[in-house]
Design a protein around this ligand. Structure first.
Ligand code: PLV
Length: 340
């Protein structure tokens, strides 16, 4: 290809020769947040996954998985998604030069659908919640050459997500986090970070697992000690909206020092708004759920109750990001929740 041809092509269409081998994710910054540290009364570090390609941590695991599947010879990828995993899969397939079908629930915003199409993906909308879209994705993936890509439930995806912790270890040197805060949907991020923490020698670092009520499949499962399927997803945090948490995430909750916390949608939205004011970054309600660990006072409460050692290392928040948000959507969520 001539240099001039390359220049004419949109950046997202550039296929690297090494697309099979180079990771699709970037190494993200770890920054100290002065405003969140001041709210928490302890040092808070932000792992900025919101600046990943397509706006969330998902590219780590999904990108890695798509690369492996393409090496195995699959020629079409079918991914079900609440939005962000689909964007990551579409981005990865675009880089690999392979077709992707992304199945999303009917509640998915037009802006996400358009972003998926811009990446060259076929988009199918099915069902009220992700679980229904997922059932169709399994069916579509039965076609010859096709393969199903879960948004969260595969060891290769967890391996990709575990790179977050390896980067953290490299950034923090001999310092150890006092706690790690993650949002939980289907549990892939949790499974990945938990694996990473064992690998870097931090198996004892508490994990604070945040969910919104109405998408609290991990919390519900922990309460009864086994996987449970929620009757419906009633939270606005649709990207946390898997009715059943993956088995591995539930196992992690048993093996690790894990605290499961639920917040309501209003707290998640308040956190999104405060984070925008404090850090000038706009994230999804799913990520707002994680940020509520600080903004709703849970870190402080856990410390006061003696459930989080004091003094301890910095609290590391995985800023998982998410693309299903805009200023007008934030306003819509506020109106819906009576927060105007
Ligand atoms: N979202 C998945 C699952 O949706 C998806 O298809 O995009 N934060 C953000 C911004 C997310 O998009 C997700 C997952 C999570 C957190 C939770 O990650 P998980 O599913 O690995 O626990 C139904």
């Amino acid at each position: 290809m001539l240099i001039t041809d390359v220049q004419k092509q949109p950046a997202w269409e550039l296929k690297m020769d090494s697309a099979q081998d180079q990771p699709f994710h970037i190494v993200t910054p770890l920054t100290k947040s002065i405003p969140l540290s001041s709210v928490a009364g302890t040092e808070v570090l932000l792992k900025l996954e919101n600046i990943q390609p397509m706006g969330s941590f998902k590219i780590r695991g999904i990108g890695h998985y798509c690369q492996k599947l393409s090496k195995m010879g699959y020629t079409r990828f079918v991914c079900s998604s609440g939005g962000n995993a689909g964007l990551a899969a579409a981005y990865a397939c675009n880089k690999l030069g392979l077709p992707a079908t992304i199945v999303v629930p009917e509640s998915t915003g037009q802006d996400i659908v358009q972003k998926l199409k811009n990446l060259g993906a076929d988009v199918v909308m099915k069902g009220k919640v992700w679980d229904e879209a997922d059932a169709l994705a399994h069916h579509l993936a039965e076609a010859p050459g096709s393969v199903y890509v879960s948004p969260f439930n595969h060891p290769v995806i967890w391996e990709g997500h575990s790179t977050i912790i390896h980067e953290l270890k490299a950034s923090m040197g001999c310092q150890k986090p006092g706690a790690l805060v993650v949002a939980v949907g289907g549990g892939g991020l949790l499974a990945g970070v938990a694996a990473g923490m064992v690998e870097v020698g931090w198996p004892d670092v508490p994990i604070i697992a945040m969910e919104t009520l109405g998408a609290h499949c991990l919390n519900a499962a922990i309460q009864i000690g086994k996987a449970v399927t929620l009757p419906d997803i009633t939270s606005i945090a649709k990207c946390l909206g898997a009715k059943t948490v993956c088995e591995r995430a539930l196992q992690c909750a048993k093996e690790h020092n894990l605290v499961s916390i639920t917040v309501d949608d209003r707290e998640a939205i308040q956190a999104v708004e405060k984070f925008l004011d404090d850090e000038l970054m706009l994230v999804e309600p799913s990520c707002g759920a994680a940020l509520s660990a600080v903004y709703s006072g849970h870190i402080q409460r856990l410390q006061q109750e003696g459930n989080l050692k004091m003094p301890h290392g910095p609290v590391v928040m995985i800023v998982c990001g998410g693309s299903a948000i805009s200023l007008s959507q934030l306003q819509d969520f506020k109106s819906l929740l009576g927060m105007d």
